[in-house]
Design a protein around this ligand. Structure first.
Ligand SMILES: [Zn+2]
Length: 356
């Protein structure tokens, strides 16, 4: 088993000095508004995890192509920060949060070669076909109206089109919107908070892998509440902040071999260095959506989409398969015992209810 090849990297903060950074106190929790937090991962631990990530992926890639490595190990959230949890509601988030200008600048630099866009489109289409099938059970027959916030290269939009649905993406990215249009897919080139959508018109709005990157989810939730029909659905896919917090606790307590395996499993699920703004849990999502007129109808725990491709060494591809299968089994058992937050990722389905 490839597990023996996992590189142990020091992660515990024991004996390390905190960096001279003015952190904390400034960020209010976007779910409950509280300021009090406890630390989940220090800035030093986060930095160690980023170094670990680079080493991890470098060892698993066939080529020494720096671009291939960058794609695996570089993240949009690459400034110095720590990860905290709100003591009021448990929301996990980055502290400090980036400014709106920083976010805009980071996303504006996203640029892809044409063949890379085509490859992403193909892999995303394969990923979203089963998700569209899962969604179909919640949608009316005929030609349901479906929107996607953060449509990226259009994989989900294309899966919707195959299902015979009327699909529109919302994405401010110029390059990806151009690409979608070249595929005949409709995209509104806007941020979710400045898009004008007809009220009470959508059967479903999907937010795959974008919700956790919104600095403030409030405007997006208000758009969902206004635009989704009563009885219609919102579906959101997020990394599980509660799962990350539990993993960090386990990393500190577990003996070295267990830590190595856990870190590798976390890395195949893109959890180390927690490259997201917010780590929601089922409870914090329920609270946010509940305040905007939604009630949860289903949750699908999941692992991250497969990362291994033709650039990945065969042993590493087997390692990914094995660790993700093992995680699904453990999380499935935990869920059956009443702990649904053991999955690293989750797809959560909400129905818009009639306001009383
Ligand atoms: Zn809170």
């Amino acid at each position: 088993v490839a597990g023996s090849a996992i590189h142990p990297e020091p992660l515990a903060a024991g004996g390390l000095v905190e960096p001279p950074l003015a952190l904390g106190g400034g960020v209010a929790c976007v779910v409950c508004g509280a300021h009090a937090t406890r630390e989940i991962a220090s800035a030093i631990e986060l930095e160690a995890q980023r170094r670990y990530l680079r080493l991890f992926h470098r060892r698993r890639l066939r080529s020494k192509d720096p671009e291939a490595l960058e794609e695996r190990a570089e993240f949009t959230q690459d400034y110095v920060a720590r990860i905290v949890a709100c003591t009021g509601c448990g929301l996990v988030y980055r502290d400090p949060q980036p400014t709106a200008e920083t976010i805009a600048r980071l996303y504006a630099r996203d640029s892809y070669a044409p063949e890379r866009l085509a490859a992403l489109y193909q892999s995303q289409l394969e990923l979203f076909r089963p998700k569209a099938r899962a969604l179909a059970q919640w949608l009316p027959s005929g030609r349901p109206v479906v929107l996607e916030v953060g449509s990226f290269v259009g994989g989900f939009l294309a899966a919707c089109r195959e299902a015979g649905w009327e699909a529109t993406g919302i994405d401010p990215g110029r390059e990806v919107a151009d690409f979608c249009e070249s595929k005949g897919l409709r995209v509104l080139r806007r941020n979710i908070d400045d898009v004008e959508l007809p009220g009470n018109a959508a059967d479903c709005i999907a937010v795959w892998n974008t919700f956790d990157q919104l600095p403030d989810p409030g405007p997006a939730l208000r758009v969902l509440e206004r635009s989704i029909k009563v009885g219609g659905f919102a579906v959101v896919r997020v990394p599980n902040g509660r799962c990350y917090a539990a993993c960090m606790g386990l990393l500190r307590r577990a003996p070295q071999p267990v830590r190595g395996v856990l870190l590798a499993a976390m890395t195949w699920n893109n959890l180390p260095a927690f490259p997201y703004l917010h780590g929601y849990s089922l409870a914090t999502l329920d609270r946010l959506f509940g305040e905007h007129g939604f009630v949860r109808v289903a949750v699908e725990g999941d692992v991250l989409t497969r990362l291994s491709d033709d650039q990945t060494k065969p042993w590493a591809a087997r390692e990914e398969t094995l660790l993700k299968a093992a995680w699904k089994i453990v999380a499935g058992v935990a869920a059956s015992l009443g702990h649904p937050d053991a999955y690293p990722w989750m797809d959560v389905y909400y129905r818009r209810r009639l306001r009383d």
